[in-house]
Design a protein around this ligand. Structure first.
Ligand SMILES: [Zn+2]
Ligand SMILES: [Zn+2]
Length: 170
């Protein structure tokens, strides 16, 4: 299947300074995100401006995608929309090591958009910073369903996990 974001830029390449707007929605499945955080079947909003330079094309604008996942403590489903500003360079002859290639007068925006969106989606979230999680003894959701088990035991468990995590992130 042809990429929905393969853009012919023959016109743009003819004259530095020319501009083209790309404003569309692409099915999230077309990106092959292979990442459970991106909502399957949702629409990714693409609003980009392509601007021709003498030695390439600058692509800038915003991408938006829906994400969802579970709070790592209470398994509540969280949803949100990531918005990411992009500013990328495409070149036929690569002189900037960060540039994407222009191949046969075409820009492939799909991979660039995919990378930027994945960076904008939150990692390992909590539904709220002080989420009490599930009771390790009875499994109750402590946010809505406080149980009669010993609070000391519950708090110790999170304290240990939080210490471990802090150590890893240093
Ligand atoms: Zn939670
Ligand atoms: Zn309990």
């Amino acid at each position: 299947m042809p990429s929905p974001l393969l853009i012919n830029v023959a016109e743009l390449l003819r004259r530095a300074g020319s501009i083209r707007e790309i404003d569309c929605q692409v099915d999230a499945d077309d990106f092959n995100f292979d990442d459970g955080r991106i909502v399957r079947g949702s629409q990714v909003d693409i609003a980009l401006t392509l601007e021709a330079l003498t030695d390439g094309i600058v692509v800038h604008g915003t991408l938006q995608a829906n994400w969802n996942f579970e709070c790592r403590r209470c398994l509540r489903t969280l949803t949100g929309r990531a918005e990411v500003e992009v500013h990328e360079l495409y070149q036929a002859v690569i002189s900037d090591p960060d540039a994407y290639p222009i191949t046969g007068e075409q820009l492939e925006l799909l991979e660039m958009a995919r990378e930027n969106i994945l960076l904008a989606v939150p990692l390992a979230p909590l539904c709220r910073p002080d989420c009490p999680g599930l009771c390790p003894q009875c499994g109750a959701d402590l946010q809505t369903d406080p149980c009669a088990c010993s609070p000391a035991l519950r708090d110790d468990r999170w304290a240990v996990l939080d210490t471990l995590r802090d150590d890893q992130s240093q």
